[in-house]
Design a protein around this ligand. Sequence first.
Ligand code: SAM
Ligand code: SF4
Ligand code: SF4
Length: 374
Amino acid sequence: MGETFIPLADLRYAADVPRIPETALPPGGLLADRLGRPLRDLRISVTDRCNFRCSYCMPKEVFDKAYRFLPHSSLLSFEEITRAARLFVAHGVSKLRLTGGEPLLRKNLELLIEQLAALRTPEGEALDITLTTNGSLLERKAEALRAAGLRRVTVSLDALDDTVFRRMNDVDFPVADVLRGIDAALRVGLAPIKINMVVKRGTNDHEIVPLARHVRDAYGPGVILRFIEYMDVGATNGWCMDEVLPSAAVVQRLTEVFPLQPLQPNASGETAARWRYLDGGGEIGVISSVTQAFCRDCNRARLSTEGKLFLCLFASRGHDLRTLLRGAYSDEQIAAAIGLIWGEREDRYSELRGAGAAAAGSGERRVEMHYIGG
Ligand code: SAM
Ligand code: SF4
Ligand code: SF4
């Protein structure tokens, strides 16, 4: 049974103020959580607002005119985000993903990208900086993003058919505008581009093959299409298992038209399982968060728009880094606090859910996707 919609004026999540260790810890250095997982990937939500109302993420019934988004003063400033990112990088993070809400709605985002692009790993390497967007503003912004130092983008695109796409975004937004955004991103060299399709059985699963065909024909191997299982994130989307199309079925449907062969992962901790078209038409990915948990390799942390650090997509509580960033704490103290938080991490929600564990969640309201950004 799916959960029913819970209309709310706003959603706020509990967060603990992190402890600053009394004994000095090294301000940087690689971390390992209780399951031995390193911290490599930081996802930064830059806004909780969005111009779409995808029913699996921000259903209109909940995120309506009465819903109160975060006030501007609550948001981390670009300087605060960059300072936090620098401390995470010292702890082993080499990949930053900007997300939201819709990240391109955040004013002057290019300035943040410029600041982040100037950061270096302890080995002196530039960071892998990327952004996940619904593509609605990409045509206008691609060039400035590239110039600011963004390397690549992931564009969410749930259907090729205009009617289905408008139904998925639920604000009647035309698919042609997103396709023009992808073209613009390719033109300015934001590559390789990944396209994410969330598959909802009975709603857009008939678009799997047409979208794959379009990506192969129009873009070729430079664009990677990834199919995401519809997840039970948050508590507002009315998720039910009947609407999940397992990735195995996606691969089966595709391979009947375009035969596929599995590929080795590029790196440990990669969320998508890779497949290549046997005819050389490129590769696709499937993200099986529901049917095949990948918690064992999960090296991702998420920083919410207002500076709460979440250690799992399905968490209910965060760690209030903003209080530290706005308090009289040194970089060393904050870095040590981050080290403590990661060291105590033992989250593995999807794995427990897959094993049928009733204790998969704490029973508290789980954080919403638009708030921590996926
Ligand atoms: N607004 C941007 C976008 O849509 O690309 C970035 C934020 S969005 C929350 C990040 C990703 O999460 C998108 O690719 C979206 O499709 C995915 N997503 C949101 N809700 C989901 C759900 N219930 N299950 C699976 N993926 C989801
Ligand atoms: Fe907005 Fe992205 Fe969520 Fe859709 S998935 S409602 S575009 S934040
Ligand atoms: Fe990582 Fe949590 Fe997802 Fe598992 S459920 S892969 S721990 S974010």
